[in-house]
Design a protein around this ligand. Structure first.
Ligand SMILES: NC(=O)c1ccc[n+]([C@@H]2O[C@H](COP(=O)([O-])OP(=O)(O)OC[C@H]3O[C@@H](n4cnc5c(N)ncnc54)[C@H](OP(=O)(O)O)[C@@H]3O)[C@@H](O)[C@H]2O)c1
Length: 299
């Protein structure tokens, strides 16, 4: 029998688009959604989690994995508009997941370190979540609902995910974009991160979904440091003038909510230990080809 299609809710986003192309390249039958009505993308179905219309799946008798890549991930936006963002991040998403459950859909949920307060480093799967931000609270609500209402599920908690595609607005590319445009980067010395490459996330998550086991897994990057440490490493690698990188602290950013200090994760069951993960140095090397305008700095 043919495998039922996997669904990617939010196939136009950063992680969702990488996942969509990865699964397609593997020959999987994938149904992706977008809530951008302006996208005339024949292969993506329209779905707005503010008011989810599930009719795009009416003709689909069975569903495989349902990858949850949609949501509002801007931390201050969740604080500013808790009800509207909870409709998208929590209620709308769960409504769609429960609807798909009837057809066998198994949730694969991308959560994150923000379910922890971040007062220490390397929380493991055994630690009790206690979010300090509205975004983290919303992530935890979904985790809890999935665990209560589904027998089969995969929840992965990620740290900061980065890409290596020019203009993808992830950690390193956003800094390079700023420097390329003649701008200055201000980055904080009082927040610790452990960035993980999106390709590693996708390979690991798809591996997890192929197993029978349900549960929560932590997927952190291999090295941790302050945000400033990473920006300094990148600046050094690309020979950026020191004046274009300014150390800062989180209080200078006037964020609506204090961020966790440690945005790292540990794991007692991390599958990545058996896999070779991309290192930050390898990422920088790849980024060099994406940003030829800096090439003269290497000569
Ligand atoms: N990136 C990270 O570092 C990170 C870390 C931990 C956890 N996560 C989690 O991983 C998931 C994916 O993250 P990401 O970085 O890929 O996010 P992203 O690039 O911001 O993409 C989120 C997607 O959500 C969709 N969306 C927004 N509002 C919607 C609505 N009302 N209805 C339907 N879809 C809506 C958008 O779809 P359209 O483009 O179609 O408008 C967008 O593509 C999120 O749940 C996030 O919390 C991410």
């Amino acid at each position: 029998m043919d495998q039922p299609p996997d669904v990617i809710i939010g196939a136009n986003g950063f992680i969702g688009s990488h996942l969509y192309h990865y699964l397609k390249n593997k020959g999987r039958n994938v149904i992706g959604t977008t809530h951008d009505a302006s996208i005339q993308h024949a292969s993506l179905a329209y779905l707005d989690l503010c008011n989810p219309d599930k009719s795009f799946l009416e003709a689909t008798p069975a569903i495989g994995n349902v990858y949850c890549c949609a949501g509002v991930g801007v931390i201050d936006e969740c604080k500013r508009n808790p009800e509207k963002t909870a409709q998208i991040n929590v209620h709308g998403l769960l409504e769609v997941l429960l609807n798909m459950q009837k057809k066998g859909g198994k949730p694969v949920y991308f959560s994150g370190n923000m379910v922890f307060p971040g007062t220490k480093s390397d929380y493991t799967e055994e630690d009790t979540p206690k979010p300090i931000t509205e975004y983290g609270k919303q992530k935890l609500l979904v985790e809890q609902a999935i665990q209560e209402q589904f027998k089969q599920f995969v929840i992965v908690r990620l740290t900061k995910v980065y890409g290596m595609t020019r203009g993808d607005k992830s950690l390193f590319t956003s800094w390079l974009d700023a420097w390329e445009g003649g701008g200055v980067v201000k980055s904080v010395t009082d927040i610790t991160i452990a960035p993980v490459y999106v390709g590693d996330v996708i390979e690991t998550v798809t591996e997890l979904t192929s197993q029978e086991e349900s549960g929560i897994w932590h997927l952190p990057g291999t090295t941790s440091g302050t945000v400033f440490d990473f920006s300094e490493k990148l600046a050094h690698y690309f020979h950026i003038a020191p004046a274009l990188l300014i150390p800062s602290v989180q209080s200078e950013f006037h964020w609506l909510e204090r961020r966790p200090v440690f945005n790292t994760l540990g794991s007692t069951k991390m599958p990545l230990v058996n896999r070779k993960q991309f290192t930050v140095e390898q990422a920088f090397e790849q980024l060099r080809a994406q940003y030829p305008s800096f090439e003269q700095t290497f000569n």
